[in-house]
Design a protein around this ligand. Structure first.
Ligand code: TYM
Length: 415
């Protein structure tokens, strides 16, 4: 039974007219205008992150919202206001995010939710669970289980390098942790019909049955009861930061949550007031587009579509200089007509990675007017992201197997 705020819009169905198809596995959008985020938010029943909500965030947390929030890169949410209510009352909540290990190295698009989640963990001093979906990648990609396992281990090191607080962070790989959360996976599977799964995810008769059952496995960590030895409480609210492509999983989760069994240990009065599990809250970000321009998500399997966290300064510069430009081809035309900054890849990237609001505004204005040339903006982008990637590489080089084990060991987290 769909709740009003979670219309079970088939992924891609409503959006076929503009050739926009967004699933957790593929992003296809108009190559001229890119992803229509407003339409997605409307069709999928999420709410806009408004200036009022950001002002409340600042009042409640005492922290200025992250640049990605202030700039509308995190643009939509579900129930962030409820999470803030809960924090204001002094109640705990936990964060949940994840990675599907499909390649040796992350691209800089994958960095976004992890950088942002690390900031959220600091702001709220919240416990965090990080899911590595090696099972998902095994089912969807041409990978053996040992290969998916190896990629998960490599990606785990990448994630540790973002600087999460080990006393508050639990990272787990599905194929190894499943026993602890399998009961919740089953409870979810029993409550999602085949027709909901096919309508939401676009499965068809050719989809292997592992795929059809998988959404319950990404849903389960939204409930604290999937972590009895890690979170140690029967029920706690959850906030999930991710790019909008992951939303279909959590729409289904939110539909199921109130119909789940109330976890054992929830006081009777509370259980009566609100039976079942809490719906997870979400914060959605836009995609960093591929270097080739609007309309696509970067792909870890197409090297030139993205800057990777393993790239050298030379590779970064070469990729950035070849990126799709919203500027005019000829210098005199650029001086006269200026650039279309909404299509310009370098500007999109600077919005994610340049901290200084004033400099960003000045680059945007001068470039749009033709005072700056495309090459100058790209040069600045290379200067901005190279030290970010290099700092990441230094931290990554210091991550040991023991550190990964510490993050992945099943133990009670600090609250
Ligand atoms: P994965 O590995 O495809 O992506 C990891 C995270 O990165 C986000 N992302 C991007 N963000 C901005 N720009 C991009 N170009 C870009 N590409 C990817 C994704 O939205 C995701 O947040 N099934 C998931 C793993 C997962 C998960 C979760 C993610 C399991 N549980 C809970 C988020 C929240 C996956 O394959 O993500």
């Amino acid at each position: 039974m769909a709740q009003q705020d979670e219309p079970a819009t088939p992924v891609g169905e409503e959006t076929h007219d503009v050739e926009q198809v967004i699933t957790p596995w593929a992003v296809q959008a108009d190559s001229e205008t890119g992803v229509d985020y407003e339409k997605l938010q409307r069709d999928w029943g999420a709410k806009a992150i408004t200036p009022e909500l950001l002002a409340r965030f600042e009042r409640v947390t005492g922290h200025r919202p992250h640049p990605m929030l202030r700039r509308g890169l995190y643009f939509s949410h579900r129930d962030l206001d409820r999470v803030l209510d809960c924090y204001e009352r002094g109640e705990k909540f936990f964060l949940y995010t994840g990675r599907g290990p499909s390649s040796d190295a992350l691209h800089i698009g994958h960095m976004i939710p992890f950088m942002f989640t690390q900031w959220l963990q600091e702001v709220f001093a919240a416990p965090l669970v990080v899911q590595l979906t090696d099972d998902e990648k095994f089912l969807w990609k041409d990978l053996t289980l040992p290969e998916a396992d190896k990629l998960a281990r490599e990606n785990a090191k990448d994630i540790v390098a973002f600087g999460f607080d080990v006393t508050r962070t639990f990272m787990f790989q599905n194929t190894r942790y499943m026993g602890e959360m399998y009961r919740n996976v089953l409870e979810i599977q029993k409550r999602v019909t085949y027709s909901t799964a096919t309508a939401t995810f676009g499965f068809d008769g050719q989809s292997n049955i592992g795929k059809v059952a998988f959404p319950a496995i990404q849903a389960a960590p939204s409930f604290a009861s999937s972590f009895p030895r890690v979170l140690g409480v029967p029920r706690m609210r959850c906030l999930i930061p991710c790019a909008i492509d992951q939303d279909p999983y959590f729409r289904v989760t939110r539909q199921v949550a109130p119909r789940m069994p109330t976890p054992l240990g929830v006081p009777k009065k509370e259980a009566k007031k609100q039976p079942g599990e809490y719906k997870p809250a979400l914060l959605h970000c836009k995609f960093i587009t591929s270097l080739q321009g609007p309309g696509g998500k970067m792909s870890a399997s197409i090297p030139n579509s993205a800057v990777f966290v393993t790239d050298t300064p030379k590779q970064i510069k070469a990729k950035v200089m070849r990126a799709f430009s919203g500027g005019q081809e000829k210098v005199e035309d650029q001086r006269r007509l200026g650039a279309d900054i909404e299509k310009d890849v370098a500007i999109q990237y600077l919005r994610f990675f340049l901290d200084d609001d004033e400099e960003l505004a000045s680059i945007e204005t001068r470039y749009a007017k033709g005072e700056l040339l495309s090459g100058e903006v790209k040069q600045r982008l290379a200067e901005v992201i190279t030290p970010i990637v290099q700092a990441f590489q230094r931290r990554r080089a210091n991550v040991t197997d023991e550190m990964v084990e510490a993050f992945m060991s099943v133990r009670q987290l600090d609250m």
